[in-house]
Design a protein around this ligand. Structure first.
Ligand SMILES: Nc1ncnc2c1ncn2[C@@H]1O[C@H](COP(=O)(O)OP(=O)(O)OP(=O)(O)O)[C@@H](O)[C@H]1O
Ligand SMILES: O=C(O)[C@H](O)[C@@H](O)[C@H](O)[C@H](O)CO
Length: 203
C-alpha cells in the first residue's frame, strides 16, 4: 500500500476499482456504492461498441482501442473531483500509462489482485458477460501492477465480496456521504452486487 494512504487521508475520494477481467470489480464496487451511498459508474458500460465487439470475439484491445474509453472514464472522474463529490468507477486500468490518464489528487486506485486460477474459475462460471475467459491470459500479461507511489491499495480477492469491500472501507476510513450527489449519477446498485455466494457480511 502507498505509505501516503491512511484511513481518512483522502477526502471526497474517487475510487477506481481496478484489476483484470473477473477480479470482481463490478461486484465489489456495487457493494461499496450501496454501503457508502456514492455515485457508481460501470466502466464496462463506457466502452465504444467496437471495443465490446472486439472483446466478445476474443480479441484483446490495443492501446489505441482503449484511449477513447479511458478519456470517457477520466471525464467522469474529473466531473466528480472538480465538484468535490466522492464516487466509485470500475476500470481495468491495466497499464501505468492508463492510470496516468485517470490520476487526480483525490483518486485512489483499489487493485483487486488474485491468482490466474482464482480469477479464471470465476470467469468460467460467469455466464452473463461479453468478456470470454480466453482473454484472461492477455489481461494478466498486460497488467502492470501499480507501484508504491501510485495512491493504491491492493486488496486480495480470495474472500467474499463483502469482506473485500469491508477491507476497502476500513483501510481508507470511509463513511457514508452526507447528502446526495448534485451530478445526477445515483448509484445504479447493480443487482448482481447483492446476493453473491458467501456474501453475508452486511452488504
Ligand atoms: N469475492 C468473490 N468470490 C467469489 N466470486 C466472486 C467474487 N467477486 C466476484 N465474484 C464473481 O466473479 C465473477 C466476476 O466478477 P465481476 O463481474 O465483478 O468482475 P469484474 O472484474 O467486474 O469483471 P469484468 O472486468 O470482466 O467486468 C462474477 O460472476 C462474480 O459474481
Ligand atoms: O482493458 C481492457 O482490456 C478492458 O477494459 C477489459 O478489462 C474490459 O473492460 C472488462 O474487464 C470487460 O470485462
Amino acid at each position: 500500500m502507498d505509505a501516503a494512504i491512511t484511513p481518512g487521508s483522502v477526502q471526497q475520494p474517487v475510487l477506481v476499482i481496478m484489476g483484470v477481467s473477473g477480479s470482481g470489480k463490478s461486484t465489489v464496487a456495487g457493494i461499496l456504492a450501496g454501503q457508502l451511498g456514492w455515485d457508481l459508474e460501470e466502466g464496462d458500460d463506457l466502452h465504444p461498441a467496437e471495443n465490446v465487439a472486439k472483446m466478445a470475439s476474443g480479441i484483446p484491445l490495443t492501446d489505441e482501442d482503449r484511449w477513447p474509453w479511458l478519456d470517457t472514464i477520466a471525464s467522469w472522474i474529473i466531473e466528480h473531483t472538480m465538484a468535490g463529490i466522492p464516487g466509485i468507477i470500475t476500470c481495468s486500468a491495466l497499464k501505468k500509462i492508463y492510470r496516468d490518464r485517470l490520476r487526480e489528487k483525490n483518486v485512489v486506485f483499489v487493485h483487486l489482485s488474485g491468482s490466474k486460477e482464482q480469477i479464471g474459475r470465476r470467469l468460467t462460471a460467469r455466464m452473463d458477460h461479453y468478456m470470454p475467459p480466453s482473454l484472461l491470459d492477455s489481461q494478466i500479461a498486460t497488467l502492470e501492477p501499480p507501484g508504491p507511489d501510485e495512491n493504491t491499495i491492493v486488496v486480495d480477492v480470495g474472500r467474499t465480496p463483502a469482506e473485500e469491500a469491508a477491507e476497502v472501507v476500513r483501510r481508507l476510513g470511509l463513511s457514508p456521504a452526507s447528502g446526495s450527489s448534485a451530478l445526477g449519477h445515483p448509484h445504479p446498485g447493480r443487482s448482481s452486487a447483492a446476493g453473491q455466494p458467501g456474501d453475508t457480511a452486511g452488504a
